[in-house]
Design a binder for this molecule. Structure first.
Ligand SMILES: NC(=O)c1ccc[n+]([C@@H]2O[C@H](COP(=O)([O-])OP(=O)(O)OC[C@H]3O[C@@H](n4cnc5c(N)ncnc54)[C@H](O)[C@@H]3O)[C@@H](O)[C@H]2O)c1
Length: 438
């Protein structure tokens, strides 16, 4: 099927490649010329394992092309996926849906009546109805719009797009359902559950899934707060309750919490939308979920101060800047926030990250970015492990013991081999538990 994918960021670039990989003829549209040049040269423009290779393969196969504007080429597409951003509005918790409205306004002049518009961005429930209204003002037929929320996880985005846990489509016509069944036919036939709902449910599914995941992480981090003052161990507690199948152990690791371009903004947008709809109390707990999450970052600074006293004149190394391993996404990253909080508290802050330093450098020149991991430890008074990259989990503590000026490490993700670090002479502190043997 000939399709367009509009907006080629983390979601759209991955989706465009995945759709080409399953055999569709894909035209990617992006307003940012720099991103377009990068995509045309076979680079997605962000770090995602396996994506650049798949992009190069699909460009070579001739199934994927990129352009900045609609024309007769995009006019003949049967389906248009909209994947533009829905960031948090400045000064408010609500989502900025203006990019979606621009995208449908751009689309209207070339849209034909047998083409389906499919939103994939994460939106406040009710957005699709407003977009349909907007489209119908601009075309002289009944525009067909559906919603197909995306559940990919950065770090495994391509794999998640090709083999999703489930496909959810919100439709209001048989035509829309048939088109979506056709575009996802290969996935459906390989057994991926295909859930057909009304449009508001499909919009809400994504917000609900992210609210649930954020709640799970903040739940264990709220237990960590209690563990820290009572001598209990939140990591052991997570393991113990996680064996209960009704609870499950995934997303139940205490640490510095969640971040990225989705969970924080999505729980805030859901709260704002529920308030607009007059049912704010239904999700008022999400405000506390957000606060628990943000308090974890402050807790790391408190631990640093409890060991080092005032941070001015102290050198702190933060390991990691991306919000999670295998991603270079620093949006609302706990790791980056911890680095900035330490800087604000007066410390000289060194940041290491295997892939996200270019982004950190351009946005936060006040932080010292060091590419070489071993060099990053030089003369530091404390090390904070903030993103659980494999190379940090597997660090040989002995090899850096003589490089630091003070042997103190804070394990913000509860992933270090505490004994090995202690044997190398480090005092180890962690979130949510008291470490014996320091
Ligand atoms: N990043 C993820 O892991 C992920 C996962 C699931 C859902 N989502 C959702 O997907 C949406 C996009 O997220 P993202 O992380 O890819 O954002 P992003 O900011 O990385 O990408 C959005 C892209 O859209 C482009 N764009 C904006 N307006 C455009 C227009 N009118 N025409 C063409 N291009 C346009 C921007 O230049 C940008 O490249 C959001 O709603 C997000 O919540 C993201």
């Amino acid at each position: 099927m000939k399709i367009t994918v509009i907006g080629l960021g983390y979601l759209g670039a991955t989706h465009a490649v995945a759709m080409a990989k399953i055999g569709h003829q894909v035209i990617g549209l992006e307003t940012n010329e720099e991103k377009l040049d990068s995509l045309r040269s076979g680079k997605a423009g962000f770090y995602e394992p396996g994506l650049d290779e798949a992009l190069v393969e699909q460009l070579a196969a001739g199934r994927l092309t990129f352009q900045s504007k609609h024309d007769e080429n995009t006019a003949s597409a049967e389906l248009h996926f909209i994947c533009v951003g829905t960031p948090q509005n400045k000064g408010s918790d609500s989502a900025n849906t203006s990019y979606l409205f621009s995208a449908v306004r751009d689309l209207a002049p070339i849209l034909h009546k047998d083409a389906l518009v499919v939103g994939k961005s994460t939106v406040p429930v009710g957005t699709a109805a407003l977009l349909t209204e907007e489209l119908n003002k601009l075309v002289d037929f009944d525009a067909q719009l559906a919603w197909n929320p995306e559940f990919l996880r950065e770090g495994t985005a391509l794999e998640d797009s090709l083999k999703p846990d489930r496909l959810v489509v919100g439709v209001n016509s048989q035509f829309a359902e048939a088109k979506l069944r056709e575009v996802f036919a290969s996935m459906i036939s390989s057994g991926v559950p295909f859930i057909v709902t009304d449009i508001p449910t499909a919009e809400l599914v994504k917000s609900a899934a992210n609210a649930f995941l954020a709640t799970k992480i903040s739940f264990i981090n709220s237990m960590a707060e209690i563990a820290e003052v009572s001598g209990a161990n939140a990591s052991a507690l997570a393991e113990a309750i996680g064996y209960d199948e009704r609870i499950g152990n995934k997303f139940l690791r205490n640490g510095v919490g969640f971040g990225g371009g989705c969970l924080p903004k999505d729980i805030r947008a859901l709260t704002a939308r529920a308030e607009e709809l007059g049912v704010g109390q239904a999700v008022s707990y999400l405000k506390e979920i957000d606060q628990v999450n943000l308090r974890r970052r402050v807790r790391v600074i408190a631990l640093l101060k409890s060991e080092l006293g005032e941070l001015s004149g102290k050198k702190v190394l933060v390991l990691g800047a991306a919000f999670k391993p295998d991603s270079d996404d620093i949006r609302d990253s706990p790791a980056l926030d911890i680095a900035l909080l330490a800087k604000k508290a007066g410390a000289e802050v060194i940041v290491h990250d295997p892939v996200s330093l270019p982004g950190v450098r351009s946005k936060h020149p006040e932080l010292i970015c060091v590419e070489d991991l071993h060099e990053a430890f030089s003369g530091v008074d404390a090390v904070v492990l903030a993103t659980e990259w494999k190379q940090y989990r597997e660090l040989d503590a002995k090899s850096i013991a003589d490089t630091v000026s003070n042997r103190l490490v804070i394990d913000g993700r509860n992933v270090l081999n505490v004994k090995a670090w202690q044997q190398a002479g480090f005092k180890v502190l962690a979130l949510g538990r008291t470490i014996e043997g320091n």
